[in-house]
Write a protein that binds this ligand. Sequence first.
Ligand SMILES: Cc1cc2nc3c(=O)[nH]c(=O)nc-3n(C[C@H](O)[C@H](O)[C@H](O)COP(=O)(O)OP(=O)(O)OC[C@H]3O[C@@H](n4cnc5c(N)ncnc54)[C@H](O)[C@@H]3O)c2cc1C
Length: 394
Amino acid sequence: MAKILILGAGYGGMAAAVKMQKSKIPFTIVNKHSYHYFTTLLHEPAGGRNDFEPYYVEISDILQESEAAIVKDTIVEIHPEEKRVIGERDEYTYDYLVFALGNAPEFFGIPGLAEHSLLLRSLESAKEIRSHIENMFAAYAVDKDPSRIRIVVGGAGLTGVELCGEMAEWLPHLASRYRIPDSKIELINLEAAPTILPMLDKRLQDTAREVLESKGARIRTNEKIVRVGEGEVELATGEKIEAKTMIWTGGVRANPLLAQAGFDCDPRGRARVNEFLQSVDYPDVFVMGDSAAFVGEDGRPLPPTAQLASQMGDHVADNLNYLLNGQPMKKFTFDYMGTLASLGSEVGVGNVKGFSTKGVAATVMKEASKIKWLINLGGISLLARKNRQFTRSH
Ligand SMILES: Cc1cc2nc3c(=O)[nH]c(=O)nc-3n(C[C@H](O)[C@H](O)[C@H](O)COP(=O)(O)OP(=O)(O)OC[C@H]3O[C@@H](n4cnc5c(N)ncnc54)[C@H](O)[C@@H]3O)c2cc1C
C-alpha cells in the first residue's frame, strides 16, 4: 500500500483528508496543532465576538483511526529527492506527499514591521490580538496614554477590513468596561493602494468604506507604511502615528519550506504546479492552497483563498485515488464562487457567482459558506455541535 503523507490540517489538508477517508485510502496527516481552526472566521473572536471554542475542532473528531494516522508535529525540512520530511519530533517518509502548509506573512522588507506587529493567522494569534487590546485598554484606564487605545490595522484586503468591522463593534463595549469615552478610541485602517477590498467592484468598495466609517473606523488609502517601531508607525509622508497596537494583514507568501527545499517557486514562494496539482519538479508531491502557484485562465497564479484550497484538497484526493487505481488523473479547474467580506456581525458586502450583494444578505451568504464547510468536515452532527457553541458564546 502506498504511503501518503499530508502536511497541514487547514482548508486544503482537511479537504483532502476527508475525501480520502471517504474513499477508504489510508494516510498520515501531520499538523502543528491537534485541531483544525476556521481561519476565514478568525477576525470574529480576535475582534471580540464570541469565545474561541466555536472556531476550532479537534482533528480526531473528524478523521477516524481506521484510515488516518494523526500526528502533532511541526515540519521543519523537506527532502523531496529522498522522499523524506523532518519534523521537530520525528521523521516521515512517503510515496506521495500532499503539501498543504499554508502561508507565511509578507512584510515587503518594511523595517520593524515583523518585530512590532501582531498577525491574524492562527487561533493563537487571534487570542493574542484580543488579549493585547484588552490589556492596552486596562492600562489606559491607569496611565491615560492615548497610544494604548489607538489601534492601527495595516492592509485593507479581506482580512484587514473584516477585522476592522469586528473591532469597530467591540471597542466601544471594551471602552465602557473601563469607563473610557468612545471619542477617545481610534481605529485606523492603513492601505497603500488607492482602494480597499481590491477584489470587489467600486460600488461595493464604497459601501464597505461607508459602513466602516459610520462605525467609527478611519480608512486611510494611499498611505504607505515605511517603518514600524515600538509603539510607532511611520508613513511615507513622514507622519508618525503613535499606536501600541499594530496589526499587519497586508500580505502573505507561501510557506518558506518549499523554496528552502529547492522547489521551483514563483516570486511569492509558491511552488509551481501542473494541471493535476503536482509540483513541476516532483510528480510525487502535490501542492495546494496558499502554497501552490496554479496558473488561472488569465495566465496568473490564482489568488490564495480557502475556497481554492478546499477545492484543490478535494481534487488531490481524487487524483491520488486515480493514481493508486492505475487510472488517468483529472485536470484541476477552479470554480470561483465569489468573495464575501463581513463588516461586523450584521452586514457585509460581496459578490457571489458574479452577482453583487450587500447588507444582511451578504452576512447570510457568508454564514452559508461556514455551514457548507462544517458539513463537509463532520456532517450535520458537527454543524449542530458548533451551532450550540456559537449560541452559547454570544
Ligand atoms: C481573517 C481571515 C479571513 C479570511 N477570509 C477568507 C474568506 O472569507 N474566504 C476565503 O476563501 N479565504 C479567506 N481567507 C484566506 C484563507 O483562510 C486561506 O487562503 C486558507 O486558509 C488557505 O488554506 P491552506 O490549506 O492553504 O492553509 P491553512 O488553512 O493556513 O492551513 C495550513 C495548516 O498547516 C499548519 N502548519 C503550518 N506550518 C506548519 C508546519 N511547519 N508544521 C506543521 N503544520 C503547519 C497550520 O497550523 C494550518 O493548520 C481568510 C484569511 C484570514 C486570515
